[in-house]
Ligand binder design. Structure first.
Ligand SMILES: [Zn+2]
Length: 904
């Protein structure tokens, strides 16, 4: 799954309104957990199996006396009434004599249950809390093979969990299409099932749908029967053995474009009329499939692979890797040349790559339990960059991915972090594991390990792992075992240090000596932590690359607080973490930092960015003076790589947000504009002939930052272009259009806001409608934000768009959005998928700087957030405290530094 967490480099968990974009592009993913827990299940007949876990709580899992082999599911959805009828025959194996069969079921009513040849069951007992149904048998079943037959009915939801309906406008009028979303644990809302990743089985689906609709599942259609009453019965081929959360069903007025790639029928499925926006995705998928067939050494095992686009959005995710039937919300798949920007294009490519990587890592080989979710998400997040870099080196995606690592390290340095591998006891906890630690730290650690091991050896290990575990389940240690077999450089020790422990290592240069043209550095390993309690000492084996500018690299493994030596064959500037593939922060001696500053323009773009990110983070945390960061902004290289320059713009914009309401903001803004002006002078408003793709990203970031920093000429120019666009939509290219709209929306007055509102209501496509509704929430003006919040719950915007508007409003107005949401929780909560509810409200405060708000948040949590689902709450608490500390303690340092500047 690709979640919607942060945009790169943002202090807010992603999702800032269109046009308010801080630098980076891709939305990041991620989560991770492992734990070498015995996975054998407990006594039969007890739905709540009590496996001990390191947290001391019991894991809620199904008993293992009975396991599924094959499901024959037959469903009859009634889209109009949002209900469906179903029946299922499950071939099962009984391993131990049992008088009860326990499986998962949520919101389903089982009308009839029997064991074929043994008659109806005696009773059905539901446990709503842990979402099980226990079928009590007349007499015990001996070990052997049986078939269980169930007839049931259930609900079709209007948010993305279980089977759900999405409504949209079309030239034919209001339309409704059906889709499913089962990760992490919602297949149980579709079919009574063993809904845990370790209970793999084969699935054979039959569905009755309107005759004029297209029906989709993981596998191709095997046969279709026309029924009376304008309906048809569609029978899909049997899937390979797989986990229940990967099952998929969809039906609607769809169109499909497709081509054969390496013998696989690759398709993009869209609402009728949208095929013009699907070509980019089909081309991308056609690039990527052969690359993965070769990389993994096991060809894609299904006969077809669909990428399916749906209107709207989710608070929880952007796309889902159902095997052979990948689901995307439109903004993560469709590229409309009229409105989609360079950033959209690169983002879509990455999400396609991410979900396709899951077809192997996740679908073919699956984690045994949610503790190891990071195996799926960390790996797919790393691989999306690897394959994108292969086909689009001009995007410098690894350089951009440093922003994901940055977000993960910020999270990982604070209270509320967790190890990549974390005990997960139940479904709600599994939901909270989809965070930037799992995705982005997971990806960064894999990148570090690949760099340590070498690309070829790492790939050989991945191929062994795929080969050995195809159609099976694994734990994290299975991956390290596959890597270490036949390897000269075992990685298990390093891998365990970084996956089983939370936190960010800090590598500090304690001393340096230069003689005979060589530098001898003394370095030691500590921990980078923001705030007190997280700062306990911790030991890692950290692979560190050290290099002088343009010189040969020295590799060492640094561990512990004692000084360790690193020699490089040059004096002057020496970069610690050269190439920036390591997951740690670097701190230099005074002398070392001065040399780096002097040579900054000559560093590689990776190292420029790494040095800048470390200074920004260490200064904000009070580990280094703010001056160490600010000195780098002086005389910043005007020819810096677009990604590096865009990051600087985002950091200055981020610092500006801390100044909200302070009089010294004016002086800071004047300085920040002086830093950015020369960079903007080089790129301007208009795309230039032959400019690199990433210049468009830089242009958007600089214009957005300068506008936020109150540059009147940029704001006026945006307004001028917007006015022209309203008269003539073809007057702006897609990139300028988005930028101008974002600025005008941010600075809107009531009349402009109404104008944007009318544009949203009459938008030509759902993609554009979602974009414009989000833009309404970008307004600085407090009264307009009140208006957008009321609009969100008015019923006018669809329920898949409305929560995103509230979230977008919280970016600039966290308290207002929070207060409104708490006051209207009864109206808002039904619009949010159950899985996202524990996170939604805490995250509204992620840009707040006032710790007093945490009291209100905790009062809300007491009433509405289960005590074992408060990971996001703890993260938000740490974030708000951190932001308050920066505002109170760091800004005076910035003000003082500015006072000391000539002309400042
Ligand atoms: Zn994923």
């Amino acid at each position: 799954m690709k979640d919607r967490i942060p945009a790169h480099g943002s202090s807010k968990r992603g999702r800032q309104p269109f046009g308010a974009s801080l630098p980076a592009l891709a939305r990041s993913i991620g989560c991770a957990l492992l734990l070498p827990l015995a996975w054998s299940a407990p006594a039969s007949g007890n739905a709540r199996s009590a496996e001990a876990s390191p947290g001391g709580a019991a894991r809620v899992a199904l008993p293992s006396a009975v396991t599924p082999e094959h499901y024959r599911i037959d469903i009859m959805p009634d889209a109009a009434t949002l209900t469906f009828k179903g029946s299922v025959d499950v071939d099962v194996t009984v391993h131990r004599a049992t008088s009860e069969i326990v499986l998962n079921s949520a919101d389903l009513v089982i009308e009839h249950a029997s064991v074929l040849g043994r008659g109806a069951v005696q009773a059905i007992r539901y446990d709503k809390e842990i979402e099980t149904a226990s079928l009590v048998l007349n007499r015990a079943l001996d070990p052997g093979a049986y078939t269980l037959r169930l007839a049931y009915h259930g609900k079709i939801y209007q948010q993305a969990s279980g089977m759900f309906a999405l409504d949209y406008d079309s030239p034919k009028g209001k339309m409704r299409a059906l889709y499913t979303q089962f990760e992490n644990s919602d297949a149980r809302r579709f079919v009574p099932s063993w809904d845990e990743p370790g209970r793999k089985a084969t699935f054979e689906l039959t569905a009755t749908v309107p005759a004029d609709q297209m029906a989709l599942s993981n596998m191709p259609i095997r046969s279709t029967n026309v029924l009376p009453g304008g309906r048809k019965r569609v029978h899909f081929a049997t899937t390979p053995k797989m986990s229940s959360y990967l099952l998929y069903f969809g039906a609607g007025d769809f169109e499909r474009i497709h081509r054969s790639v390496d013998g696989v029928d690759v398709g993009v499925v869209v609402k009728r009329g949208d095929t013009g926006s699907a070509a980019f995705a089909l081309d991308a998928a056609s690039d990527i499939l052969p690359y993965f067939n070769s990389y993994f050494g096991t060809p894609f095992p299904l006969p077809k692979l669909d990428l399916i686009a749906a209107p709207g959005s989710s608070q929880f995710f952007g796309a889902m890797e159902n095997w052979g039937a990948i689901f995307y919300f439109e903004r993560d798949l469709l590229i409309n040349p009229r409105i989609s920007t360079e950033r959209d294009k690169q983002g879509v490519y990455l999400v396609i790559a991410h979900e396709m990587a899951h077809q192997w890592f996740g679908d073919l080989v699956t984690m045994a339990w949610w503790d190891d979710l990071w195996l799926n998400e960390g790996f797919a997040s790393w691989m999306e960059n690897k394959v994108t870099d292969h086909f689009h080196p001009e995007w410098k995606i690894w350089l951009q991915a440093l922003a994901d690592k940055q977000s993960a390290m910020q999270e990982d340095a604070r209270d509320g972090t967790h190890p990549i591998v974390t005990p997960i006891n139940d479904v709600l906890q599994a939901t909270s594991a989809f965070d930037s630690i799992t995705y982005s730290k997971g990806a960064a650690v894999i990148r570090m390990l690949e760099s340590y091991l070498g690309e070829d050896d790492f790939r050989a290990g991945v191929r062994r792992y795929m080969h050995d575990h195809a159609y099976g389940n694994t734990t994290t240690d299975d991956l390290w075992t596959a890597m270490d077999r036949d390897s000269q450089r075992p990685i298990s020790q390093i891998a365990r240090d970084f996956t089983l422990q939370a936190g960010v290592p800090l590598v500090t240069e304690l001393s340096r000596r230069c003689s005979g043209g060589k530098s001898a550095l003394g370095v030691a390993q500590g921990r980078f932590a923001i705030g007190g309690p997280a700062a306990t000492a911790q030991l890692w084996h950290v692979p560190v690359l050290v290099a002088p500018v343009g010189g040969a690299t020295t590799a060492i493994v640094v561990s512990g607080p004692d000084q360790q030596a690193a020699e490089v064959a040059a004096c002057g500037a020496v970069v610690i973490n050269a190439g920036q593939s390591g997951y740690f922060r670097s701190r230099y001696s005074t002398q070392g930092l001065a040399a780096i500053k002097a040579a900054y323009g000559a560093l590689s773009a990776d190292d420029q960015l790494g040095v800048l990110n470390d200074r920004n983070a260490l200064a904000n945390a009070g580990v280094e003076p703010m001056a160490a960061f600010l000195e780098l902004t002086k005389g910043f290289p005007e020819d810096a790589d677009p990604v590096v320059a865009a990051t600087l713009a985002g950091q200055l914009q981020g610092l500006d947000m801390f100044y909200d309401g302070l009089p010294s903001r004016t002086a800071f803004r004047a300085y920040a504009r002086r830093v950015l002006d020369p960079l903007f002078a080089r790129v301007g408003w208009e795309k230039r002939p032959n400019e690199g793709d990433n210049v468009a990203l830089l242009r958007a970031s600089l214009i957005a930052a300068l506008s936020e920093l109150d540059d009147p000429s940029v704001q006026a120019e945006a307004r001028k272009r917007f006015d022209r666009y309203v008269l003539d939509a073809s007057s702006l290219d897609a990139g300028t259009r988005r930028t101008a709209l974002g600025i005008v929306a941010a600075h809107a007055d009531a009349a402009t806001w109404e104008q944007l509102h009318r544009m949203a209501k009459s938008a030509a496509t759902e993609l554009e409608r979602g974009e414009l509704y989000d833009l309404l929430a970008a307004a600085h003006d407090e009264t307009l934000v009140q208006r957008v919040l009321k609009l969100a719950i008015s019923g006018e915007p669809p329920p898949t768009i409305a929560p995103g508007m509230i979230d977008a409003a919280s970016y600039r107005h966290p308290k207002t959005a929070f207060d409104f949401t708490v006051a209207h929780w009864d109206a808002i909560s039904p619009m949010i998928e159950p899985t996202s509810r524990p996170q939604f409200v805490p995250r509204l405060l992620d840009t707040a700087c006032d710790p007093r708000l945490l009291e209100s948040l905790n009062a809300f949590a007491e009433r509405h957030i289960p005590s074992d689902a408060r990971q996001a709450l703890r993260q938000t608490e740490a974030t708000v405290r951190y932001r308050a500390a920066v505002r109170q303690d760091r800004l005076p340092e910035v003000d003082q530094w500015l006072n000391n500047q000539p002309g400042g």
